[in-house]
Design a protein around this ligand. Structure first.
Ligand code: GLU
Length: 273
């Protein structure tokens, strides 16, 4: 089965641990590979939206801060520094493959205010019509509280998938997918290839917060999966260590964990072709 056969719009979320080295500096080799694969997917006629983390880590590395600061103000300042570093690199690399990037920084307020939400939806639609690659992150430097913060890019990517009416959300992480118990503690843990229903039992088995530099963890990913599948959009959790894993999916193979969705729940298709 080809999961991408009928896909016209894909949202790809990439986490900090995939985009950076343990030093916090950007992992150039991996980012170059990711951009090449995404450019190729785009060349095949699929529109892509990239939700990229890594701003805080890149900022910390750039100013030589040593570790992620605990104070919100400092973290926000690091995000402001790192975001431009990230976009500079994405702009350069996507341009090398003939693609145009567009930065979209969102806060949660955008989604709770109907006018702003519509405006964000319209901008995404227009950017995709113009054949651009929207690159999305949380607007960290101005997101401070429950009203404005998404609580991590796993959740942000679930909202973005809805805003763009994506056909599928691909969450590229530092794990192979969802396991039946925490693989860092239990060597016997098994990868779950397909999930048809996200219930409390499943969430209870998915322990583990994210790494020191990222914020995600499996609970956030499951929450994101529930949000997207409830809107009729399937989601995959995949290991982003080798971005070419996306070709396996494109070619009809199975990797990672597939969260199925009932397509009848999808928002009516816009005519954007
Ligand atoms: N927005 C944060 C950043 O760019 C990442 C949040 C997350 O990893 O979930 O650093």
């Amino acid at each position: 089965m080809s999961y991408f056969r009928d896909s016209k719009r894909i949202v790809i979320k990439v986490g900090t641990s995939t985009l950076t080295h343990n030093t916090g500096h950007l992992n150039l080799r991996r980012i170059e590979k990711l951009v090449k694969v995404l450019s190729d997917i785009k060349n095949s006629g699929i529109r892509i939206v990239l939700v990229s983390s890594g701003a805080v880590s890149a900022g910390v590395a750039k100013v030589g801060f040593g570790k992620i600061p605990s104070s919100p103000e400092e973290k926000q300042a690091m995000a402001a520094i790192g975001q431009s570093e990230l976009m500079k690199l994405y702009d350069k690399l996507f341009s090398d493959y003939g693609h145009t990037v567009a930065q979209m920084l969102l806060t949660k307020e955008v989604l709770t205010n109907p006018e702003r939400r519509l405006s964000a939806e319209n901008t995404f639609r227009r950017l995709l019509e113009m054949n651009c690659v929207p690159i999305v992150n949380e607007n960290d430097p101005i997101s401070t509280d429950e009203l404005t913060k998404f609580g991590g890019n796993d959740i942000l990517s679930a909202y973005v998938a809805q805003l763009c009416n994506a056909d599928v959300l691909l969450n590229l992480s530092d794990v192979d997918g969802l396991y039946d118990s925490d693989p860092r503690k239990n060597p016997e843990a098994h990868l779950i290839e397909r999930v048809d229903q996200i219930d409390e039992l499943l969430c209870a088995s998915a322990g583990g917060s994210g790494t020191e530099r990222g914020t995600g963890g499996m609970i956030a990913k499951l929450k994101a999966a529930k949000m997207t599948t409830d809107c009729g959009i399937p989601m995959f959790i995949l290991n982003g260590q080798d971005p070419e894993i996306l070709y396996t999916l494109l070619d009809g193979g199975h990797v990672g964990t597939y969260f199925t969705a009932d397509k009848s729940l999808r928002r009516a298709e816009e005519n954007d072709d």
